[in-house]
Design a protein around this ligand. Structure first.
Ligand SMILES: *C/C=C(C)/C=C/C=C(C)/C=C/C1=C(C)CCCC1(C)C
Length: 245
C-alpha cells in the first residue's frame, strides 16, 4: 500500500537526486518570500541587502524548478541550468559584500574584482563539466576555477573586504567574519561535487566517486544561499541604528 502510494509520485522510485531538487526548490521559495516580506521590518539602510538576499533565493527557486524537471526527464545532471543559476547568484553574493562594507568606504572597484573572480571561477568550472567532464583533463579547469576561488577567499579574509569590515563597526565586522566562514567552508562543498562528478576531478585521483554531484551541489546551495541571506538578515536586525552615512 505504502509502495503504491509512493509509486504515484513521479519523484519517488528512489530518485533521491530529484527529491533534493524538489525540496531545494521549496526551501528557496520559502526563503525568498521570507526575505521579501522582512524588507519592511528592517532599517531603511539594510533594505537593499535584504532585497538582494531575496533575489538570490528567488532566482535559485526558479532554476531549481527547471533543474528538477530536467533531471526527472533525462536522468542527467542539469549542468547548463546549474551554471546559469550560479552565474547570476554568486555575483549577487559579491554585491552583498560590497553593500555591507560600503559604509566603511568600499569602492565599486572591489565589487568588480569579486565579480570578475567569481565569473572566472564559474566559467572555467562550466567548461570543465560541460565539455571535459568525461575526460581526465577536467582537472585543469577545476584547478583554474579553484585558484579564482582562493582569490575570493583571500579578498574576504585578508584583502579589502576584511580591512573595510574592521572599520564598519562591530555588527558588520561580525557578519563579515561569519560570511567569510561561509565562503571558506560552505563554498568548499562545491569542489567536492566537482571531484565526485567529473572524470579528472582531482588531478585524475579517484575519490568520492560514490557521491552524487547534484546532491552535493544541492546541499551546498541550501547552506550557502539561505544561510548567507540569514546572516545578512541577522545583521540588519542587530543594527537598528538609523543610517549615519
Ligand atoms: C549559490 C551558489 C554558489 C554559492 C556557488 C558557488 C560555487 C562555487 C564556489 C564553485 C566552485 C568550483 C570550484 C572551486 C572548483 C571546481 C569547479 C567549481 C565551479 C564547482
Amino acid at each position: 500500500m505504502f509502495q503504491n502510494l509512493l509509486g504515484i509520485l513521479p519523484i519517488a522510485n528512489n530518485n533521491y537526486v530529484a527529491f533534493t531538487f524538489f525540496v531545494g526548490c521549496m526551501a528557496m521559495m520559502a526563503a525568498a518570500v521570507f526575505f521579501f516580506f522582512e524588507m519592511s521590518n528592517v532599517e531603511k539602510k539594510w533594505r537593499t541587502s535584504i532585497l538582494v538576499s531575496g533575489l538570490i533565493t528567488f532566482i535559485a527557486a526558479v532554476h531549481y524548478y527547471y533543474m528538477r524537471d530536467y533531471n526527472l526527464e533525462t536522468g542527467e545532471s542539469p549542468v547548463f541550468f546549474r551554471y546559469v543559476d550560479w552565474i547570476l547568484t554568486v555575483p549577487l553574493m559579491c554585491v552583498e559584500f560590497y553593500l555591507i562594507t560600503k559604509k566603511a568606504g568600499a569602492k565599486t572597484g572591489l565589487l568588480w574584482q569579486l565579480i570578475a573572480a567569481s565569473v572566472i571561477m564559474l566559467v572555467t568550472g562550466y567548461i570543465g563539466e560541460a565539455i571535459y567532464g568525461k575526460e581526465t583533463q577536467s582537472w585543469i579547469w577545476g584547478l583554474i576555477s579553484g585558484l579564482a576561488y582562493f582569490y575570493i577567499v583571500y579578498i574576504v579574509w585578508f584583502g579589502d573586504v576584511a580591512k573595510l569590515a574592521k572599520n564598519a563597526g562591530p555588527a558588520v565586522a561580525k557578519a563579515v567574519r561569519i560570511l567569510g566562514w561561509f565562503v571558506l567552508v560552505g563554498w568548499a562543498i562545491y569542489p567536492v561535487g566537482y571531484i565526485a562528478g567529473t572524470e579528472g576531478g582531482l588531478f585524475g585521483i579517484k575519490i568520492w566517486q560514490g557521491l552524487s554531484m547534484d546532491i552535493v551541489y544541492n546541499i551546498g546551495d541550501a547552506i550557502n544561499k539561505i544561510g548567507f541571506g540569514l546572516v545578512i538578515y541577522a545583521l540588519a536586525q542587530s543594527d537598528k541604528s538609523p543610517a549615519t552615512a
